[in-house]
Design a protein. Sequence first.
Lengths: 180, 153
Amino acid sequence: MTDPGIFEAFVREYQDMVYAVAVRLLGNPVEAEDVAQTVFMRAFEHFDEISASPAAPGWLKTVATNLCLNHLGRYRSRWRFFSEMQQEDEAPFEASLPDTASETTALESADRDAQHAQLEDALRGLPDHQRVPLVLFHFEDKSYQDIAALLNVSLAKIKTDMHRGRATLRAVLARTHGIR
Amino acid sequence: MASVDPDRDERDAVHRALKALPLPRAPRTLLPRVMVAVGAAPRSNARPWFTWPLHWQVASIAAMTLIVAALALVVASPEASLMAGAQLAARVTPHAAATVERAAGLADVARTLWEALIQPVFFYFFVWILVMSAACVAFGAALGRVAFGEIAQ
C-alpha cells in the first residue's frame, strides 16, 4: 500500500515538470492542470514500480505528452494538424503582437521576467499545429521524424509548421529581447 | 562570422530563448487536487505477475507445473490415478479405501455423462468461446482507439 506522505512528496517534486509539459503542449492552464492531475493518478496506480526508479521523470513526461496529444485530438479539431489554413490561425495572433514603434520604450524598460512571460505567452498563443511540434522539439528533444510519427503528420508539414511557428517567436524575440 | 544557414540560425536563436525560459510553476491547487483524487480512488492490491519478487515467481511456476502435471495424469488415466490414490489412502487409513471406491463409482458416472452429453459439443463450444473472446478484445480495442482516442503509453 502506498504511503500518502511519500506520494505527496513525489507529486511535490515533479508537479512543476509535469505541469510545464502540459501547459506548453496544450496552451491552456486549466486543461493543463486537469491533465497533470490525470498523470499523477496514473503514477499512483504504478507507484510501486516508478517511485524508486530513476526513469520516473521520463515516465511522467511520456505519459503527460501522450495524454496531452490525446486531449488535443479529442477536444479540438483534429484537422488543425493537417490544415493548410494557417492564415486563419496566424492572423489573430499577429494582430495581437505589440506594434514595434509604439511599444519599444515600454519593452525596453521591462525586466527579464516580463520578457520571459511574453515569450511564454507567445508560445502558448501559437496554433496547436505549430506549438505542439515546437514544444516537442525544443523542450522534449524529439527529432523531426519522431514528431511526425507521433502526430501522424508528414515530415514536410511538420517542418513547415515549425518554421512558421519559429518565425512568429522570432518576431517576438526581436521585439522583446532585441534579437535579430 | 555570419552563418550561411539562416534557418539554422533562427532555429538556434529560438532554441536558446525557449530553453532559457523558467519552468512554469504548477498552480497551488494541483497538489491538493491530486491528493484528494488519490484518496478517493479505489486501489487494487493485485500486481502484475512480472512485478512479483523472484522467489514468488519461481514458486508460482512450480505450483502451476505441479497442478498441470497432476491434472494431465488424472485426465490421461483416471483409473490408474484413482487406484494410486486408493493405495496411498489405504496405507493412511483403512476407511479411506472404501471412500476412494465410492469416489471411483462417482467418477464412472461423471465420465459417462461427459462422453454422452458434453464431449460431442465441447470442441464447438470451446471454439465459440475463443471467437467471442477475440471479438470482445477487438471491440474493446476499437472503442478505446476511436471513442477515447487512446495512445499507447
